[in-house]
Write a protein that binds this ligand. Structure first.
Ligand code: PHE
Ligand code: ZN
Length: 876
């Protein structure tokens, strides 16, 4: 724990390491409290480093047992040792070998960084800087080495021993112990190191690569859970095939293992050949996992697998380049999911995530460029901006240069950067080389924080039959030249798409907005059109275009771009709710044009594409609305909720017959086996969206229908949807249903997380007491990040009215939780605290209450660097 002013690490200060490590031999003797690690490092001065510089190795929470240089033990006065480093003042000027013996206590490791135990299973987490908690090392991604790891453990305690790379040897080690040796031929940075030891069941598979390599696949899970790993295994196989076909990337080892652990700070980790997962993103059965869980498992399995090329074979020079692997890999997993499921539906869900998580970040005090230029704590930069906006930049690049050039550029990037630690500049250079384009203006996307606004006006000239679109881009708060913004667009007339209209400067319907203002002219426009702008959400911007409801609804009906059809319904809903939120007497009938359009849409298309229809019925979330209002105004979460509920109720009332009919039409025939595929999931999604709207309009009917759905549910999606509806309707049925659920799933931790989460998001004042009671529940634990996120994270991110209570009790609940966690798991504590990232948008009273809560945290004497960094930036 430290509270001194954190040192800022700056991109401009980057310099190569003075020393390199070519080979690492690790000997790890696992014991629950006294694990010994002997590291033998083959080192040499870096030809581009400073000759004769001291050798400074990183280390944290380590006990140094012995140290030897070229076989000679070093006595303590030959080196310097402090809490964060081990320094050799005069290392040899030629190659040398350092042998370091350290001891660590995996059982006491509650930060879940380095070597720790999760439910008795030994595992490691080294990204970003956890390897230094295993041994002293040059713990930076541009130091890449070939690793050989010998792992030894009690046969009884840890019959399974896994490492990076390929298995080399194994056998008994005497005294009830055994060992395994793993060798990874691919040089890698320390953050990709991993080992696992424990009692685990295995599901096996096999994949033959396009290069003819047969790869043994293993998914390791806690005993008894193997059946729930089948879906993840299948997702691995499909990911491997997809990366070959879509990007020409084949796997490069003889084994690929995935291990599911229950205590994990993040989603999953791409360690070379040995991915380690939060079990929530591996384990699934129809009874325990929702359709959303299945989709997440598929996406995250793909994401970690794709890192093998975008992250591992080509890694990052330094942590400022994090988006080089994360943005690109998110883009790749999104493309995989789009190809696997429905592209339109997936695109909409990507944008919903971006708007829910990245837009607020970019509009608040925690905003930072996709490539940050400084940080105090790197673990706080695994953000929606780096990941999600990072992916949007890659997508914009593809839109601008076209799919074929993009693929050629990717091939070139992999070919030229393979085996290196690269930068964003290296990435862009590959595309410059294959397109002969100058991407320096495009590169500004990596440097400029904030969400740009593109303001648009249009005018139609009936004489000339032209339509002019005037663009203006702005990004307040940061100075600098304009961005390069791809605008995918087209015109829509009363009869539908106006394909005969032409704009020379928008070949293939893509216009590149490169100036602050510009005008695009369409010719051959037979009648006054409605422009369909930013099709497919072609750039992560806000669009300011004054369209009437009727014009939006024309797009909903006629646009050929499914994303913009969805956006049109969102826009009309957004405008209504914002108007109502600012008025004392909302006039529900104002919604009827939208309601009618939704009804017509359902009649025509609901059964054809239920997943899409479910999205069309979804309104902008309370958070989306707050963000929209928040620009320049004062957010009152209660007013937003009230207005939004008014709209939901109106839709439910007016469409109740159709919705009830849909539920019937979409019902599974009895005996239909569960399938998690996108089409089946889409039917469930629409059925449940219908139930939800019926219930807001008629809570008494809602209670019955939801109760019946729960009673007959054969899968978790329907069961949880029923419970979600009941959770919003106070009464004995709700309490009984919650009790039954807890009873039924009392030995299913991942399902209990859902039970905690659903209660934390009840938008009623009693929720605070409920949460206080749940924190005392025997199954609540501060040491399991999933459980903490289920209760506290769901409350702060999914319950805007109660988190933002005017009396400050919601803020107090979260800050208490943050402080209670800070000593044991600062990374998790810091992440919970980011819930305050939008506090400046609130109306003055709530803003001042939030400010006080943040001040209370700041005034603590013993804060971790993680939390202190977030609180300082949030208040700045
Ligand atoms: N690199 C991981 C991923 O995106 C995320 C992660 C970061 C996991 C840090 C653990 C620690 O796939
Ligand atoms: Zn990743």
């Amino acid at each position: 724990m430290r509270t001194e002013t954190p040192t800022m690490i700056r991109l401009e200060d980057y310099r190569p390491s003075d020393y390199l490590i070519d080979r690492v031999e690790l000997d790890v003797r696992l014991h629950s409290r006294e694990t010994r690690i002997t590291a033998t490092l083959a080192m040499r001065p870096n030809p581009v480093g400073r000759a004769g510089a001291p050798l400074v190795l990183d280390g944290e929470d380590l006990t140094l047992v012995s140290l030897a240089l070229d076989g000679q033990p070093l006595c303590p006065d030959a080196y310097g040792l402090n809490a964060t480093s081990l320094t050799l003042p005069n290392p040899p000027s030629e190659s040398f070998t350092l042998r370091i013996e350290t001891q660590v206590n995996p059982t006491a490791n509650t930060r879940l960084m380095g070597l720790y135990r999760s439910n008795g299973v030994y595992c490691t987490q080294c990204e970003a800087d956890g390897f230094r908690r295993i041994t002293y090392f040059l713990d930076r991604p541009d130091v890449m080495a070939v690793y050989t790891t010998r792992i030894e453990a009690d046969l009884d305690e840890a019959p399974v021993l896994l490492g990076n790379g390929n298995p080399a040897d194994s056998g008994p080690a005497g005294d009830g112990r055994h060992y395994a040796i793993w060798h990874d031929p691919h040089p890698k940075p320390a953050y990709l190191f991993a080992l696992v030891g424990g009692r685990l069941d295995r599901v096996s598979g096999s994949f033959t690569t396009m290069e003819g390599r047969t790869v043994d696949l293993g998914i390791y899970v806690e005993p008894g859970q193997a059946a729930r790993a089948e879906y993840a295994l299948d997702a691995v196989i499909r990911s491997m095939a997809w990366d070959e076909q879509a990007f020409g990337r084949a796997y490069d080892l003889d084994v690929f293992n995935v291990v599911a652990v229950s205590d994990f700070n993040m989603g999953a980790m791409e360690n070379k050949g040995l991915n380690i997962f939060n079990d929530k993103f591996v384990l699934a059965s129809p009874e325990t996992a929702t359709d959303a869980d299945y989709a997440n498992i598929e996406a995250i399995i793909a994401h970690e697998y794709f890192h093998n090329w975008s992250g591992n074979r080509v890694t990052c020079r330094d942590w400022f380049q994090l988006c080089l692997k994360e943005g690109l890999t998110v883009f790749r997993d999104q493309e995989f999911s789009s190809d696997t499921r429905s592209r339109a539906v997936h695109r909409i869900s990507e944008v919903r995530t971006l708007r829910a998580r990245q837009f607020p970040e970019d509009a608040g005090p925690l905003a930072h460029p996709v490539r940050p230029n400084q940080y105090a704590e790197i673990n706080n930069f695994y953000t929606a901006t780096v990941y999600e906006k990072g992916a949007e930049i890659v997508r914009m690049l593809r839109t601008l240069i076209g799919g074929q050039a993009f693929r050629t550029g990717m091939d070139r990037y992999f070919a030229t950067c393979d085996g290196t630690a690269a930068t964003v500049e290296d990435f862009l250079a590959a595309f410059e080389a294959v397109t002969s384009r100058d991407l320096s203006a495009f590169a500004r996307w990596y440097e400029r924080p904030g969400t740009p606004t593109v303001s648009i006006t249009g005018d139609y000239d009936p004489e000339a039959k032209t339509y002019r679109i005037n663009f203006r881009q702005s990004l307040p708060g940061t100075e600098g030249p304009p961005l390069v913004i791809p605008v995918v667009l087209g015109l829509v007339g009363p009869e539908g798409a106006m394909d005969e209209a032409r704009a020379e400067r928008a070949p293939g319907g893509v216009f590149a907005l490169e100036q602050e203002t510009d005008t695009l002219t369409f010719s051959n426009v037979a009648a006054a059109p409605v422009p369909s702008l930013f099709r497919g959400f072609s750039a992560p911007v806000r669009v300011a275009f004054e369209a009437t409801d009727a014009q939006h609804l024309l797009l909903l009906r006629h646009d050929t771009d499914p994303f913009n059809r969805w956006q049109a319904a969102q826009s009309v809903g957004m405008r209504l709710v914002i108007r109502w939120a600012g008025s004392d007497s909302p006039e529900a009938a104002e919604a009827d044009a939208l309601v009618e359009a939704l009804g017509a849409f359902l009649d025509a298309e609901a059964l054809r594409d239920p997943a899409f229809a479910a999205l069309i019925l979804s309104l902008p979330s309370e958070g989306d609305i707050a963000n929209e209002i928040g620009i320049g105004s004062a957010v009152d979460p209660d007013a937003i909720r009230m207005a939004r509920e008014t709209l939901r109720r109106r839709i439910g009332e007016r469409l109740s017959d159709r919705l009830a009919q849909l539920r019937g039409d979409l019902a599974d025939r009895p005996g239909t086996p569960f399938s998690p595929d996108a089409a089946s999931a889409g039917r469930r999604a629409l059925r449940n969206a219908a139930l939800d709207l019926i219930a807001v309009a008629d809570p008494i009917a809602g209670v019955d229908l939801a109760g019946e759905q729960i009673a007959t549910a054969t899968n978790m999606t329907d069961r949880l949807a029923g419970l979600g509806v009941l959770a919003l309707i106070a009464g004995p049925q709700r309490e009984a249903a919650l009790k039954d659920f807890a009873e039924r799933f009392r030995s299913e931790p991942l399902v209990l997380d859902k039970w905690f989460a659903i209660q934390a998001t009840i938008p009623e004042s009693g929720t605070l007491e409920r949460i206080a009671a749940l924190r005392q529940h025997p199954t609540f634990s501060n040491t399991n990040p999933n459980r903490v996120r289920a209760l506290i994270g769901s409350f702060s991110s999914g319950n805007p009215t109660q988190f933002n209570r005017a009396d400050g009790a919601g803020y107090a609940l979260v800050t208490d939780a943050v402080l209670a966690l800070d000593q044991s798991n600062p990374q998790l504590a810091a992440r919970l605290l980011t819930a305050f990232g939008s506090w400046r948008m609130l109306e003055p009273n709530r803003r001042s209450v939030a400010h006080k809560a943040l001040d209370r945290i700041r005034s603590q004497t013993e804060l971790s660097r993680d939390v202190s960094d977030i609180v300082t930036r949030t208040l700045a």
